[in-house]
Design a protein around this ligand. Structure first.
Ligand code: NI
Ligand code: MN
Length: 226
């Protein structure tokens, strides 16, 4: 299984013919490694409706026919817009595939779609290629991260926001890393815009000094294989 970082909070999880694209904010993303026309996902997962996550999901879903998984209210909005291959779980719900599953977890944040619909944000636990990947979504630090991560197989890779301002900052994220207990933490949601500039190397040093997790800092376009 391969994890490709495409910039901001956008990741592609690749296993065989399965390509799961999460939070496809590409064309308006100053840090994006590729454009929305350069991806070919089989699945599109969303953590929440903010533009820096929702991004190009409609254009990509339309072009590729990829199956979309988003929380009920966002899924309903996409279905009403004419998309047919949409699955609508809610927090705590799991959607299974022939290659694995995705579960929606709580995230402490807000969420509004580009059309103005207010809804509830999520994190995503994904089982793919025998690995458990936890995209925390946009979130503040909260102690139930520990509960979510401790409920099943240990987390192999955590995709974790560290930029502050709109989410937890790199200091709170060290405690989040401790709660999640992943083998590897990949930081995201930083340096895309001035308000979320932060020092990822300092985050790496703190996590590796204070927890048992390792930190892999990926530049947009780089991949990691757990
Ligand atoms: Ni957000
Ligand atoms: Mn965001």
């Amino acid at each position: 299984m391969e994890i490709r970082f495409l910039g901001h909070a956008c990741f592609e999880l690749i296993e065989g013919d399965t390509r799961v694209l999460i939070d496809p904010f590409l064309n308006d993303n100053p840090s994006a490694a590729v454009g929305a026309d350069e991806v070919d996902p089989t699945h599109l997962f969303l953590t929440h409706g903010h533009g820096d996550h929702f991004g190009d999901i409609e254009a990509i879903a339309k072009r590729t026919g990829a199956q979309v998984v988003a929380i009920k209210e966002i899924a309903d909005e996409l279905t009403e817009a004419g998309f047919e291959n949409v699955v609508d779980p809610n927090l705590g719900g799991t959607v299974t595939f022939d290659w694995g599953w995705v579960k929606l977890t709580p995230a402490w944040h807000t969420s509004t779609t580009p059309k103005g619909q207010v809804n509830v944000p999520a994190g995503l636990l994904v089982k793919i290629g025998g690995k458990t990947v936890y995209h925390l979504g946009d979130t503040a630090l909260f102690s139930d991260l520990k509960l979510v991560a401790g409920r099943g197989d240990p987390i192999d890779v955590a995709l974790m926001c560290i930029g502050g301002h709109y989410t937890m900052d790199r200091i709170d994220a060290v405690t989040a890393a401790e709660f999640v207990g992943a083998t590897t933490v990949i930081p995201c949601h930083y340096n895309t815009f001035p308000p979320i500039e932060t020092d990822a190397e300092a985050f790496k040093a703190d996590v590796e000094a204070q927890t048992s997790s390792k930190v892999e800092i990926l530049q947009p376009g780089e991949t990691f294989s757990p």
